[in-house]
Every structure is written in C-alpha cells, then in structure tokens.
Design a binder for this molecule. Structure first.
Ligand code: UD1
Ligand code: UDP
Length: 387
C-alpha cells in the first residue's frame, strides 16, 4: 500500500533525557521515512555522555538542531531555564506542532512554552497516572496532558484516565507506546552487536538486573540502603550476580553517604543495545524505572518494581510485574513470587507502529479518529523501512 501525500506541517521534537531520546527515536525515524519537515530541540537536561550522546550515536539519530545545555538544577530553576530557551527557539522556528514525550521537566517546560505561544502540543505517552502527587513526574504529566492539543495515549487505561479528568475524547488517540517500536527496531541489532554479557562474564538466565533512580528512592539514604539490603538478601538466597548499571543521581547518594554495595556489581549506565541484551537475558529485573517496567513486559522477563505504586498498571494486570515497595523483606518476597510465575503474558503496549501513527496523526492523515491499539493502520509493517 502506498502512503498518501502529507500536507506540510512543521514539527518540533523536544527531548532532554535518556528515556525521551529512546522513546522519541521511532518518531524521529518516522519523520525521516515520511519526509516530514521537523527539527530536534535538545534541552540538555541530561548531558553526561552515557546518558545522552551515547544514544544519538548508537541509534544513529540525526543531530539536534538546537541544544539548550541547561544541565541540572532544582525543579523550578531547571524548568524555568528550559522554558526560556524553548520559547526563543519556537519564536524563531514557528512550528505548527510541538511534540513532547513522557513526564520530565523538559516535557513540562516544553508544553508550557509552546502553549503560551499558541502552538499545538502533542503529548506522546499521555494519560499515565500514579495518582501520587509527591512524584515530580506526576505533576509534570498532569499539567502537560491538560495543556496538550493531541493526546497520544499508549493504552485504553491511559485514555480512560484522561476522559475521567474531562479531556475531550476527540483529542485522544490510543497509539500504543513508542517503546515497543524502539525495542522491535533495535532487538536484532542488539543480538548482533551487544557484547555486555560476554564482557561481564554473565550466563543468560543466571543473573539479576537492577536500575533505580527515582528521586523519592535514591535521594534518601535510608530508602536507598533499604533497597540495597533487599538486593544483598537476593544475592545470599540465589547466589547469582546482581548487575546494577547505576544512574548518576544514585551514584551521588551512594558516594555521599558511603553506602556499602556488598554482593552487587555496579557498572556505568550502558547503551540501549547492551541494556536490551542485559534485560532480555536476566532471570528477573528489579527497577523503579517507568521504561524498564514496560520493556520487561514486552521482552517476557519478570519484573519487580521498587515502588508503592505505578503509572504502568497494565504490567501488573498482565502479570509481568509486581509492586514490592522499597522494604527489603518485601523485595525478596516479590522476587520469589515472580520467579515462580509462568511467563505467558501478552504485551499490552501495541504493535510497534506507534511512531508512524503519531506522525501520521500530526499531519492530519488520521485526524479526529480515535484509533485503538490493534486497529489496522494505513502503514507498512516493515521495520527495515524505519531503522
Ligand atoms: C529525570 C526525570 C525522570 C526520568 C529520568 C530519566 C524529571 C523531574 N526527572 O530524572 O522523570 O525518569 O530523568 O533518567 O525530569 N546527572 C548527571 N548527568 C546527567 C544527568 C543527571 O550527572 O546527564 C545527575 C546530576 O547530579 C543531577 C541528577 O543526576 O542533579 C538528577 O538529574 P535530573 O535530570 O534532575 O533528574 P533525573 O533523576 O535524571
Ligand atoms: N536504559 C539504558 N541503559 C541503562 C539503563 C536504562 O539504555 O543503563 C534505558 C532503558 O532501556 C529504558 C530507558 O533507559 O528504555 C529508561 O530510562 P530511565 O530508567 O532513566 O527513565 P524512566 O523510564 O524511568 O523515565
């Protein structure tokens, strides 16, 4: 089937952190494949090579046209500087649509700056809710959703959350999550290129993988100690390596409070191809990351979430994930339970064509439709066209 011609529509893709680069990559590829007029604005919220450049290089993404280099700061300071920088670029570039993804300060600032310039905002991964306003991410996603013109909800649950908050149905489209596209587009390459298992001397199915960086978990030395006590208990019970690619935020607390990491193999954050290999061959993943809860569900690997709640309830419902809290005993009990479950769940996040659908919707090809996951899309189901 050939694709219909696109009306001209200039799109600004705003991103700033590791997960935004990964989850926007299928959208960037769709823009390239469909000849869309677009540019990338990087806020510089993440800037360390292993949190930023590494992903542009490995995923072969085009260079951002702008990088605001805002770096780290308090929430208001960082958000304010991002807003000011984005405003200047948008006034110059005058795009028709601004796309933001997820729930970071970059997303909040992008949505606010664009809306005040009366530019339409499209929110990718709209409608997620933890119903916990102590999380900075929950505040960011609620505000971004209510400012957005196009709400690209990954699942029906996300759509219902938006409807319950009074968002107009016609603005919402259930697209699936672009993380499925990113996993599908890079899985084969990961199998061919990733070397991390060999580098670390790991055997498939015989190690645990951990990530933790949530503000409420790792800024508190008590909570981080409790998580690490739980990991040490898992190491004692299963005698398997525990691999922890450590986010810089977490490393800061570990170093400041000299938290011992006995039995845990701490490594630098790794690239996406190596991370996909680590995830897909782990016997189980422990995490407080949003994206990692989704990826384990897609890859068929059991997950234990180091939180009290999750804005990814689909993973709990299908049975790929269990909420453990950060209490050491609960973490160990959840690991035992998840290891005994069959891995027969189905991926609830779509068919891997979300990026193309979102770009098509932005260009009016499917405007006004509420498309549900599983709907046959007017697109080629051929990933080689996208990579
Ligand atoms: C941010 C997002 C979070 C997302 C995460 C993805 C907000 C409020 N939080 O959290 O939702 O899950 O990104 O990883 O937007 N640092 C570095 N190098 C970097 C980036 C950060 O060393 O490239 C260190 C700095 O000490 C910084 C700290 O990490 O102060 C936190 O960075 P920040 O971007 O504020 O928040 P994240 O915890 O990364
Ligand atoms: N990730 C990675 N290398 C790592 C850890 C994570 O490439 O060492 C990827 C992971 O595959 C996922 C994303 O980073 O796609 C998740 O980012 P993060 O946990 O920082 O943020 P969140 O999803 O919680 O917002």
């Amino acid at each position: 089937m050939s694709l219909p011609a696109m009306p001209a529509c200039k799109i600004a893709i705003i991103l700033g952190t590791r997960p935004e680069i990964i989850k926007m990559s299928p959208i960037i590829r769709a823009c390239e494949a469909l000849g869309v007029d677009y540019f990338i604005l990087h806020t510089g919220q993440h800037y360390s090579h292993e949190m930023d450049r590494a992903f542009f290089e490995e995923l072969e993404l085009p260079e951002p046209k702008y990088n605001l280099d805002v770096g780290s700061g308090t929430h208001a300071d960082q958000t304010g500087r991002i807003m000011a920088g984005i405003e200047t670029v948008l006034m110059e570039e005058k795009p028709e649509i601004v796309l933001v993804q997820g729930d970071t300060n970059t997303v909040l600032a992008g949505a606010l700056a664009a809306t005040k310039l009366q530019i339409r905002v499209g929110h990718v991964e709209a409608g997620l809710r933890s119903f916990d306003r102590t999380m900075p991410e929950e505040i960011n996603r609620v505000v971004a959703d209510h400012l957005s013109y196009h709400l690209f909800a990954p699942t029906e649950t996300a759509r219902q959350n938006l409807l319950l908050e009074g968002v107009e149905d016609t603005r919402i489209c259930v697209t699936g999550n672009t993380i499925v596209d990113a996993v599908f587009q890079n899985q084969e390459l990961s199998k061919k290129k990733a070397t991390i298992l060999k580098d670390l001397g790991l055997k498939p199915g015989e190690y645990f993988l951990v990530t933790s960086h949530r503000q409420e978990n790792v800024d508190s030395p008590e909570t981080l100690r409790s998580i690490i006590t739980g990991l040490a208990a898992i190491h004692r019970e299963y005698s398997r390596p525990i691999i922890f690619p450590m986010h810089p935020r977490t490393r800061k607390t570990v170093e400041q409070f000299a938290i011992p990491l006995d039995g845990i193999t701490v490594i630098e954050p790794v690239g996406f191809l190596d991370f996909l290999q680590l995830e897909s061959s782990a016997c189980l993943v422990l995490t407080d990351s949003g994206g990692v809860q989704e990826e384990t569900c897609i890859l068929g690997v059991p997950c234990v979430t180091l939180r009290e709640n999750t804005e990814r309830p689909e993973t709990i419902e299908v049975g790929s994930n269990l909420l453990a809290s950060t209490v050491a005993g609960e973490v160990l009990a959840s690991v035992r339970q998840m290891l005994s479950r069959p891995r027969t769940w189905k991926n609830p996040y779509g068919d891997g064509m979300a990026g193309r659908l979102i770009i098509s919707l932005c260009n009016g090809m499917a405007g006004g439709l509420t498309v549900t996951v599983g709907t046959t899309l007017p697109l080629h189901n051929d990933y080689s066209l996208i990579r």
